[in-house]
Ligand binder design. Structure first.
Ligand SMILES: Cc1cc2nc3c(=O)[nH]c(=O)nc-3n(C[C@H](O)[C@H](O)[C@H](O)COP(=O)(O)OP(=O)(O)OC[C@H]3O[C@@H](n4cnc5c(N)ncnc54)[C@H](O)[C@@H]3O)c2cc1C
Length: 443
């Protein structure tokens, strides 16, 4: 723990020091960590958040908005967070990883959140404590867990974590994986082949593999026009498939003899059964495919931490109360983001951010013994089918008949029109949204 974080958690940082560091008023400073004359009196409740990615960071920030007195601690394993958002751009050179790298410094200083860089390895739900890899034991009143995803390498014969770290990269956690895919893409020889194998539903960022296939095709069109992308898909349909395929037709000759993208689909078609790292080949229901690079994105389940803590059910994901995101399996523990079973909500950053805001309000209301605020969620998934060609899907969600479902007719996908400006505008919206979104999460 940093000296500063330690001072905060010990309550040793004086009011004058707080004013100096945060530039906040004496009145605001007096409200930190239970020092004010509020319902918590001397000991403010402590909310501990495991995972400082999209869900965890948004939650901490918005809990501070909802309650100026509660103590908040984030335990995050890495000092820096690289967003998956726009990481497909890094593979083809439209962005750098540096542009996608954030940390929790602003969340810590601006919203008085104690940040501990350490790995959470267990919890004692009776004693209400969390244990970390460095041996810290941290007490909580409410625990929030947002650990992202884990991969099911065992679903493919011949695949392993080691192979995924050395040759058959997934690029579904941004960082070294992203750069490794970039290197492979740039090394595809003239007339070569790149395979992208998306996972079964449900998985993180449903449009991600198809945006990536589009970008690979765009890259080949510019730098290696006789090369080709083959998408080996276990599914017959994918999110936004209408506008994506229209874009592929318009941009990459989809379904012509010279198409830069081939889509082999379905459980008896593109479903990958086994991987051969030595020969760079995969066996599918439709036969064996050999390629110059294989980007297999494995089937997924809740982040390992959620599994270790016993927050997952037989599906591998975390069941939650749809109104609050409190775990159905453990009281006073909340789960957010990709790890959850959130019904119709896709596993996106936008969803994680929206769920975190609802959950922060629910935690604040519960701590103050207030009636719960109505739960309404939102998601917009913007994707690029080319650098200047956007497609999107959006919905507002409510809890209906016990499930999170699109509200009324709020759900919509980009229309396919003949107006050339329409996909260009969507690409502009996507770029602006991403810039503002990361501010909402990390600053
Ligand atoms: C290629 C790609 C493109 C995408 N593009 C978009 C997009 O355009 N729009 C969009 O909305 N979404 C997008 N997403 C999805 C988005 O990245 C995720 O849905 C989002 O990050 C989920 O948030 P989360 O909090 O559940 O998980 P994460 O953001 O992954 O956060 C999990 C955090 O928990 C930490 N953690 C895990 N275990 C521990 C532990 N034991 N101790 C401490 N810390 C731990 C991790 O280090 C990480 O910081 C994309 C994803 C991919 C792969």
């Amino acid at each position: 723990m940093s000296q500063f974080a330690q001072s905060l958690s010990n309550g040793k940082l004086g009011r004058r020091e707080l004013i100096k560091r945060f530039g906040i008023s004496a009145v605001a400073a007096s409200g930190l960590f239970g020092a004010s004359k509020n319902a918590y009196a001397k000991s403010a409740p402590h909310v501990v958040v495991l995972g400082g990615g999209v869900g965890g960071s948004t939650f901490a920030k918005y809990l501070r908005f909802a309650d100026s007195d509660v103590k908040i601690t984030i335990i995050e394993q890495y000092p820096e967070y690289i967003t998956c958002l726009r990481s497909n751009d890094v593979i083809v050179g439209y962005h750098t990883l540096d542009e996608l790298t954030f940390n929790l410094d602003t969340v810590q200083s601006k919203y008085q959140v104690n940040v501990i860089i350490d790995k959470a390895i267990g919890a004692d739900f009776d004693k209400k404590t969390v244990t970390t890899a460095k041996g810290q034991v941290i007490a909580y009143d409410k625990l929030v867990v947002s650990p992202g995803i884990d991969f099911k390498f065992e679903d493919y014969e011949g695949h392993s974590k080691e192979l995924a770290e050395t040759k058959i990269f997934h690029g579904y956690k941004a960082g070294p994986q992203t750069l490794a895919l970039r290197e492979q893409l740039l090394s595809v020889p003239k007339g070569g082949t790149a395979i992208i194998a998306p996972p079964q539903n449900p998985f993180r960022c449903p449009p991600g593999p198809y945006e990536r296939a589009s970008f690979f095709a765009e890259y080949f069109q510019k730098h290696n026009p006789t090369a080709k992308v083959i998408v080996l898909d276990p599914k017959d349909r994918f999110t936004k498939d209408g506008p994506f395929k229209k874009a592929w037709e318009r941009l990459y000759g989809y379904q012509t003899d010279n198409s830069l993208i081939e889509w082999v689909s379905g459980s008896d078609g593109g479903r990958v059964l086994s991987v051969d790292g030595k020969n760079n080949s995969v066996e599918t229901m439709a036969g064996t495919f050999k390629a110059d690079m294989i980007n297999l994105i494995p089937n997924q389940r809740a982040g390992k931490l959620a599994q270790i803590l016993g927050l997952t059910d037989a599906s591998g994901w975390c069941p939650i109360d749809r109104f609050t995101f409190e775990s159905s399996l453990q009281k006073e523990v909340y789960v957010l983001g990709d790890s959850t079973i959130a019904d119709a909500m896709p596993k996106s950053g936008y969803s994680a951010n929206s769920q975190a805001k609802v959950c922060a309000q629910a935690v604040a209301d519960t701590l103050r013994d207030r009636p719960l605020t109505k739960s309404v969620y939102a998601n917009v998934c913007y994707s690029l089918a080319g650098d200047n060609y956007g497609v999107s899907i959006a919905a507002i969600y409510e809890v209906r008949d016990g499930l999170i479902q699109p509200k009324g007719k709020s759900e919509g996908v980009s229309p396919i029109t003949d107006k050339p400006a329409q996909p260009i505008l969507e690409a502009v919206y996507q770029k602006n949204w991403q810039r503002e979104f990361v501010k909402d999460v990390f600053s």
